[in-house]
Design a protein around this ligand. Sequence first.
Ligand code: PXP
Length: 249
Amino acid sequence: MANLGVNIDHVATVRQARRTDEPDPVWAAVEAQLGGADCITFHLREDRRHIVDRDARVLKDVVNVKLNMEMAIHPAIVKVAIGLRPEQCTLVPERREEVTTEGGLDIVRLRRRVQTAVARLRQAGSIVSAFIEPESDQIRASADVGCQAVELWTGGYAHAQGERAVRRELAKLEASIVLGQQCGLVVHGGHGLTYRNIEPVARIPGFDEFNIGHSIIARAVFVGLRAAVAEMKALLVRFAPAARKETES
Ligand code: PXP
């Protein structure tokens, strides 16, 4: 069964709307863990629009499940990550004008720069994952530059309109998992996943982790974060692909 990573950035977005100290994303991390999160994900953006350096430091102390830092490959952010040493760093594209991360990192085009960042982060002891689109050249390039994992952008699936388009996007994800594993990569998924669209992706064998933010935080406004996380976790359990049978010796 895939692990559940909960992205807590939106909690910090609400705090920053008033430039005050509540709600605290660190409290959110604790509640998410109590709800069954296997991983806490945060994005320290270059413009610090939601998560700030203090959050990253306190999360590192408080979180006792996997801590996953989403980050750009910019040297200044790589330096922060090296100081922090989260268990996992996920390299993402970042543009100041975007509302959220839109699409995957173009590893093929940025190969040299990504390679440098990956080497430095791995040397510091973090697992390095890259957020990429489910395309074969991006998967191969991720393995080539030294990533140990990839997070497949599930936005194509989440935004697909009509049954045929949805089936096509799911097939792309399935093929990408197979190729990723052949390249020796651990495969995660994320972006645009909700309580309503998680079932078909959760049923695909081979996803190791899903990172979900907006939908969980939106539900938490009404039911509380602990309950919202527990509900998503229950869906992952319910729709988990059947475990592969052990071959008899
Ligand atoms: N994974 C990555 C790499 C992301 O950048 C984001 C968005 O911050 C997510 C997962 C979560 O996406 P969503 O908020 O749509 O669930």
